[in-house]
Design a protein around this ligand. Structure first.
Ligand SMILES: [Mn+2]
Length: 356
């Protein structure tokens, strides 16, 4: 297991690599090129520049999050083939720079949805939250709120230029049901997995967040059964998963240690997002919480134990953190609470190592 930390780059992150280097036990920076439009090839020289920057800070760069999928691929338009070719080239360029794992998701239009980015917790901290009644509103209202509440940062998956066309996007997805979206993922995997095998790169699909249908848009990675269907599409181990404990945990039916015990031994989990959430009622409304098991609804010890038992050797990172100690950066991506999460996860891991 190697501990990582997501970083948005020197132009887009208020956190410096030198700060990340000081978090005990961090080895990896999970990075990306954030200024390349979705669908375009990531240039090799820019990837190598990022790698050198991260390595100069004493950290490693082997996981990219995310190389996003152009909507034409998810919708299945004829123009998808051009974007898939670009994606293949991006895989080759990343591999040439030593990247081994590519996180991506296959969610229509929205990468993730929250209805409040500054939900106040009893201890005075703030966290991201999701309340179902809020998504009865128009998607435009949600987009507006998220853009206004982001402290001036562009949030991944919520790029204003793309979402300015949200009505056109909804029109384009009309008629795309779960089966069609799955067929489009299958088509994409058939084209890119051979390239991944050739370059020794593993894809790591991120679960749908939250793992339920929203705004009538289909969802295809919500639970263990979905994961089995995705494996059946393409049994290569290059067809892997990101296990995001928070996203999967947002459905109380999902048994995350069981999911870990199923897919880590298959060699299909190069990347884990560790995050706790707290349910606020029995309708599935939740807010994100500190990582500590007792602060949320997930048993983080049981999750780390399953990873330990199955010999997880990939990269794990704290997913989101709360805003604490007057920090107000990119919502969910402050330094302090994610660093606390790392220290806690490392503590659990050390205890598991010494007990075994
Ligand atoms: Mn995640």
């Amino acid at each position: 297991m190697e501990m990582g930390f997501r970083w948005y780059g020197s132009q887009n992150d208020q956190i410096h690599l030198a700060d990340i280097r000081q978090i005990p036990g961090v080895r990896q920076v999970v990075g990306a090129l954030f200024d390349i439009p979705v669908g375009e090839v990531w240039p090799k020289d820019q990837i190598i520049q990022l790698k050198h920057q991260i390595e100069a800070a004493g950290l490693k760069f082997t996981v990219v999050e995310s190389v996003n999928i152009h909507d034409d691929i998810k919708i299945g338009l004829p123009s998808r083939d051009r974007y898939i070719e670009n994606y293949q080239q991006t895989i080759r360029n990343l591999a040439a720079a030593g990247v081994r794992t590519i996180c991506y998701n296959f969610m229509p239009i929205f990468d993730w949805v929250r209805t409040n980015l500054h939900f106040s917790l009893a201890d005075g901290s703030q966290a991201l939250a999701f309340e179902q009644r809020q998504v009865q509103r128009q998607p435009q209202d949600i987009i507006h709120d998220i853009e206004n509440d982001a402290n001036g940062f562009v949030l991944p998956g919520w790029e204003p230029e793309r979402l300015a066309q949200v009505q056109q996007l909804f029109d384009a997805y009309a008629g795309i049901d779960e089966a069609q979206l799955a067929a489009n993922l299958n088509y994409f995997l058939a084209a890119i997995i051979p390239v991944c095998e050739e370059c020794h790169v593993q894809m790591a699909l991120h679960p749908d967040d939250p793992p339920r249908e929203l705004f009538g848009l289909p969802r295809i990675y919500k639970n263990l059964a979905d994961m089995n269907r995705i494996v059946a599409m393409n049994p290569s181990t290059a067809n892997g998963f990101t296990i995001c404990t928070g996203s999967l945990g947002e459905n109380p039916q999902n048994d995350i240690p069981a999911i870990i015990r199923e897919f880590v031994p298959q060699g299909r989990v190069p990347f884990v997002h560790a995050r706790n959430i707290k349910f606020m009622n029995d309708q599935g409304d939740f807010h994100e919480s500190a990582h500590l098991s007792s602060m949320g609804s997930l048993d983080m010890f049981a999750i780390m134990q399953a990873l330990h038992e199955t010999g997880f050797s990939g990269v794990i990172r704290p997913d989101h953190g709360r805003d604490i100690w007057h920090e107000s950066g990119r919502p969910g991506y402050g330094l302090y609470d994610r660093a606390l999460g790392i220290t806690y996860l490392n503590g659990l891991w050390e205890a598991l190592e010494k007990q075994s």
